[in-house]
Ligand binder design. Structure first.
Ligand code: PGA
Length: 251
């Protein structure tokens, strides 16, 4: 993993966008895995800005990490809605060129299997965007998720439901389950970019980078990812024992 830290989030976003742009220019039909948290929104906005200046994103294939169970695609908090609004429409991508989990399927286990098969059908993910939860989760792989886990139905922890309740009218409306790519599935992405900003992520980031690979910190499994770039602002990097790792190889 390669860790980049900086004071200026806009600069970090620009550097991450450069890496996406490089891939798109090399392969206009690359498969991009979208993370649907709030952290990567400025990255998507920056890419939308570049699309306005002529960068053609319309040929990309789009998948994502996870989806709430029970929310229909048109629900404002469903990740399919997020992707339609922040990615497909602004980037001009045909919805037929997406593989997204059907969170409101009658049989969620079958939907999880279909999602995993769909990713395989795309030929895998060329570039996965990632966030990290304050509890060290990646996608909805909560603490205790095995490093070889595959796409499946999971229960959300109370902590994650609390963290995500800011997007809902009340915590009672936050779904209790989700479909998520497994950690093993995520590790198969050919390249990954993680963004983590703010003090609320500092502890999870330190455990991911400096701690042992441990199921208690699902993101620590990313120490075994073949090509992961981590972008951290100073607050998110503040608990690292490895010091300022800018342009160093952290593991
Ligand atoms: P956030 O979510 O970007 O909204 O903080 C990250 C996550 O929980 O994985």
């Amino acid at each position: 993993m390669h860790v980049v830290t900086g004071e200026d989030i806009a600069e970090l976003i620009s550097e991450a966008a450069d890496q996406v742009e490089e891939l798109v220019r090399a392969n206009p039909e690359a498969v991009i895995g979208i993370a649907t948290g709030s952290t990567p929104e400025p990255l998507y906005a920056e890419l939308t800005r570049r699309a306005g200046e002529g960068l053609d994103l319309s040929g990309l294939r789009i998948t994502c990490l996870d989806e709430y169970i029970g929310l229909p695609a048109e629900h404002p908090q469903s990740y399919r809605h997020y992707i339609a609004e922040q990615i497909l429409e602004p980037w001009g991508i045909d919805p037929a060129h997406t593989v997204l989990p059907e969170g409101d399927a009658a049989d969620p286990d079958a939907a999880a299997a279909a999602f995993e098969d769909g990713i395989t059908g795309l030929g895998g993910v060329d570039l996965q965007i990632l966030g990290i939860g304050p509890n060290g989760h990646i996608a909805f792989n909560e603490p205790g998720s095995p490093a070889d886990s595959r796409t499946r139905v999971v229960d959300l922890t109370a902590e994650t439901r609390e963290a995500n309740s800011r997007f809902f009218d009340s915590i009672d409306e936050v779904p209790t389950q989700a479909l998520t790519q497994g950690i093993g599935t995520i590790l198969e992405s050919r390249k990954a970019i993680m963004l983590a900003f703010g003090p609320g992520k500092a502890e999870a980031v330190a455990a991911m980078i400096d701690g042992p690979v441990d199921e208690a910190v699902p993101a620590s499994a990313l120490q075994d990812h073949p090509a992961l770039e981590v972008f951290l602002d100073a607050a998110a990097a503040s608990r690292l024992v490895s010091g300022d790792p800018r342009s160093t190889d952290a593991g």
